[in-house]
Design a protein around this ligand. Structure first.
Ligand SMILES: C[S@@+](CC[C@H](N)C(=O)[O-])C[C@H]1O[C@@H](n2cnc3c(N)ncnc32)[C@H](O)[C@@H]1O
Length: 416
């Protein structure tokens, strides 16, 4: 068989999960970055090993979408050789409004294809909401955490998309101004491998190879201060913690909330959503945060000290939930509210099934991956839960990422 030609002209038909777009070449799906539906691009086929799909890189736009704009980060521009385009702003060439519609399409499509929802269900028609300050804004200067890499010559920068090649850059336009100013973009850090730059209420911290100059950082959400490890998990957009906390608070159905039930904040980090529940329903509530990192749990215990019935547990969520099941004390959980905020891979079908077996009154799922949310939605729906609401937020402008908050209630329960 003759080799396929390297360079092809492709017409883009759709957006796919993961920040790439879909074209077809000789009947085969080709995933292409740096483009938009409706565009025709000249592209180089770069991965043709798989039978089911190939990958290509965009070299030139032959017929541009009206939603194409100059890239917000010149270091990622299509004018550059694909190998030299900085990663991390893969939607930066798209008008913000259109970025949000594309993210909504990916979420809707996932809920239908993997979540089993009807295509015409109103629950699949989710609008991706901007944060208050990004409304009408440019979607820049929001990142409070940036991880950079150092190459063998000591140059500091982000990786190129889908690569471990360090790209030296002059600016970090998605990062807050303090971070962009503090990042050692022009230094030579020979022998180092990573640089993390973190902005918190304590100022900006620059950590080379994970070495932080402080024991803890602090973040404010409303009237609450949270302490956390310098490089520990915290929501990345400067408005994310406040916005997600409000979204979780309003996703919880007050009629189903029982302050005396063993309520859970799973994948709890330093206790953000346990505090959300207490701020909405009073500091007399019972709530347990479960988190795998013991250092985060220590901070959670400190952060939740005013909540009389709060407990912070270090455990893997799957082990914790399985242990409840083994204890046979399931009845206590029938009145519980569960908030869960798993990492990108989602909670997983097995854990979701075990959680559903506890039959909590309601589950609020905070998701940073639409497909993982959709798969877990399917598992919850087949274990006796109904999807009651979904909201989505543009907490990662100019990237393909989207955050969603989904509320589930036990099927057959009636609101009182
Ligand atoms: C997306 S973060 C959410 C943290 C917290 N809800 C917040 O908003 O700040 C996910 C958290 O889950 C923790 N984690 C990851 N896998 C876990 C597991 N299997 N069991 C318990 N915690 C886990 C991580 O350490 C991280 O703190």
């Amino acid at each position: 068989m003759a080799d396929a030609p390297d360079i092809v002209d492709l017409t883009i038909t759709n957006v796919a999960h993961g920040g790439v777009f879909v074209a077809r070449h000789e009947g085969r799906v080709v995933f292409v970055p740096d483009t938009l539906p409706g565009e025709t691009v000249r592209a180089r086929l770069v991965d043709t090993r798989k039978k089911s799909f190939w990958r290509a890189e965009t070299l030139e736009v032959l017929d541009a979408s009206p939603d194409r704009v100059d890239h917000v980060w010149s270091s990622s521009s299509i004018e550059r050789d694909p190998r030299d385009r900085a990663g991390g702003a893969e939607f930066g060439h798209i008008a913000l409004e259109r970025q949000r519609r594309l993210k909504a399409d990916v979420l809707s499509d996932a809920l239908v294809r993997f979540g089993g929802l009807d295509a015409d269900s109103p629950l699949t028609r989710v609008a991706v909401e901007p944060t208050p300050s990004d409304e009408g804004g440019d979607g820049l200067r929001w990142r409070t955490r940036v991880s950079l890499h150092v190459d063998e010559e000591g140059r500091v920068g982000p990786y190129a998309a889908r690569s471990h090649r360090v790209i030296p850059v002059d600016d970090l336009p998605l990062a807050t101004t303090e971070i962009a100013d503090a990042a050692p973009l022009h230094d030579r850090l020979q022998g180092a491998t990573t640089v993390d730059v973190v902005a918190s209420t304590d100022g900006v911290l620059v950590a080379v190879d994970g070495a932080a100059s402080t024991g803890a950082l602090h973040e404010r959400v409303g009237d609450r201060m949270f302490s956390l490890e310098p490089l520990g998990f915290w929501q990345v957009h400067r408005e994310a913690a406040e916005l997600l906390s409000a979204a979780v608070a309003s996703a919880v159905d007050a009629d189903r909330f029982d302050a005396t039930a063993p309520n859970l904040d799973l994948y709890g980090g330093v206790g953000l959503f346990a505090a959300t529940l207490a701020d909405r329903f009073g500091t007399g509530i019972r709530v347990t945060t479960v988190e795998a990192e013991s250092s985060a749990t220590d901070h959670a215990a400190e952060n939740l000290v005013d909540i009389v019935g709060a407990r912070a547990v270090t455990d893997r969520v799957d082990r914790f939930v399985r242990a409840i099941g083994r204890e046979g004390d399931l009845a206590r959980y029938r009145d519980a509210t569960v908030v869960l905020d798993p990492p990108r891979s989602g909670a997983g079908t097995a854990l979701v099934g075990e959680l559903a077996a506890l039959q909590p009154a309601q589950i609020v799922y905070v998701a940073c991956d639409p497909v993982a949310l959709a798969r877990d939605t399917k598992a919850l729906r087949s274990s006796g839960y109904e999807l009651a609401s979904v909201r989505a937020f543009d907490l990662f402008p100019h990237t393909h990422h989207v955050e969603a908050v989904a509320a589930f209630s036990r099927s057959g329960d009636r609101r009182s």
